[in-house]
Design a protein around this ligand. Structure first.
Ligand code: PHB
Length: 368
């Protein structure tokens, strides 16, 4: 790792065989643009190619298996057609100088039988989310209680992660990011608010971290450590996730992940005032993770050019991921570098269909 003391948002960083020209990553953003086959299309290729000046492009959350699905229009990486689709996306990004990590996702309990050919969603425990989920017809239907995964099913799910990681490598990805954040399956194992298991995957912090450790081991075996990252969201309440002691939990996770020599650890914990800032009843956890974790740390959540630069200069992190600003500013690193105008986001088209609000944002015009 390079020295932290004289770094800023625009200094380079080396990770494995990758040399990043700056510290501005594209955060994973669900954009819901696939068809029912969940295959990335030429439109995805254009979208990611437009944003290839990111230091690292993290793709939208991508299902590892049919049981991982819970939303309309999100891609997968478990069929051959999806691998071919991702290869076209990654080739396009590479042509434009990009480096792409595919985010590996299983929604766990945040699904519905209507997304799963009638099967009951799975989780660490049979604890139902409150409220409703959008079904394939667009109607809101109540969540159902998930089924707790049996131990042999846990091992099969770990293999699904490894298989998806191998598929990502076959598609030419530079790496994969294991989605351990935002209340999805891995987070459902990590937190005592959703994990009520009494076997070796529940109870103590070490037991609740076991699933993440096994997934990380399998994915590292598939790709090599410098091509694997993990994303966590220790302090938000997204998707009704909650833990009684997030500092103890996530500092332990950091210590476990130290064993792997990963590409980076990605922590979503916004700056004060941002929606991603810690919930009012949750402490800030990223500084405690920084203190324990020895590898490269990426942070994300409500940063701008000034606060992101300050985070690098102060040593709070090594990389800053930007999500919302990248949607309407495909050339965000250049704009930050030149202190140029930033186009405001237009929420109405974030999850729309087609090119509108997706690939129709102009980059800056550079007159010669
Ligand atoms: C979403 O599709 O709403 C979504 C997906 C992945 C996340 C967060 C939100 O991490």
């Amino acid at each position: 790792m390079t020295s932290r003391s004289d770094s800023n948002l625009f200094s380079s960083l080396t990770i494995g065989s990758m040399t990043l020209p700056h510290r501005i990553a594209l955060a994973p953003l669900t954009r819901c643009r696939t068809g029912a086959d969940r295959v990335p299309t030429d439109l995805h290729a254009l979208y990611y190619a437009q944003r290839a000046s990111a230091a690292i492009t993290i793709t939208e959350a991508t299902q590892i298996s049919p049981m991982s699905i819970g939303y309309v229009g999100t891609p997968g990486i478990h069929t051959e057609e999806q691998v071919v689709g991702w290869k076209r996306v990654i080739d396009a990004s590479h042509t434009c100088g990009g480096r792409v990590f595919i985010q590996l996702w299983h929604v766990g309990r945040l699904s519905h039988p209507d997304w799963l050919d009638g099967a009951t969603p799975v989780s660490s425990s049979a604890i139902a989310p409150q409220g409703a989920i959008r079904d394939p017809n667009g109607a809101m239907v109540p969540y159902v209680a998930p089924r707790a995964l049996e131990r042999d099913e846990i091992q099969a799910t770990v293999r699904d992660y490894a298989n998806a990681a191998k598929n990502a490598m076959r598609a030419g990805a530079d790496g994969v990011e294991i989605h351990g954040a935002n209340g999805y399956l891995i987070d459902q194992f990590l937190r005592d608010g959703t994990n009520g298991r009494t076997d070796e995957y529940g109870g103590s912090i070490a037991n609740r971290v076991r699933f993440l450790r096994e997934v990380t081991t399998a994915v590292v075996d598939a790709c090599g450590p410098s091509r694997v990252a993990v994303r966590l969201s220790p302090s938000n309440r997204f998707n009704q996730i909650w833990d009684s002691d997030p500092i103890a939990l996530f500092t332990h996770v950091a210590e476990v992940l130290n064993e792997f020599n990963l590409a980076y650890l990605h922590v979503l914990e916004g700056v004060d005032g941002a929606p991603s800032a810690p919930a009012s009843d949750c402490p800030r956890v990223a500084p405690s993770i920084r203190a324990k974790y020895h590898g490269i740390l990426m942070i994300n959540g409500g940063f701008d050019a000034v606060t992101g630069d300050a985070a690098i200069r102060s040593g709070a992190a090594d990389l800053v991921a930007y999500g919302v600003p990248f949607i309407a500013n495909p050339d965000l690193p250049l704009r930050y570098r030149l202190d140029a105008a930033i186009t405001p986001p237009q929420r109405a088209t974030w999850y729309a269909q087609g090119a509108e609000g997706y690939t129709d944002y102009a980059g800056m015009r550079v007159e010669s």
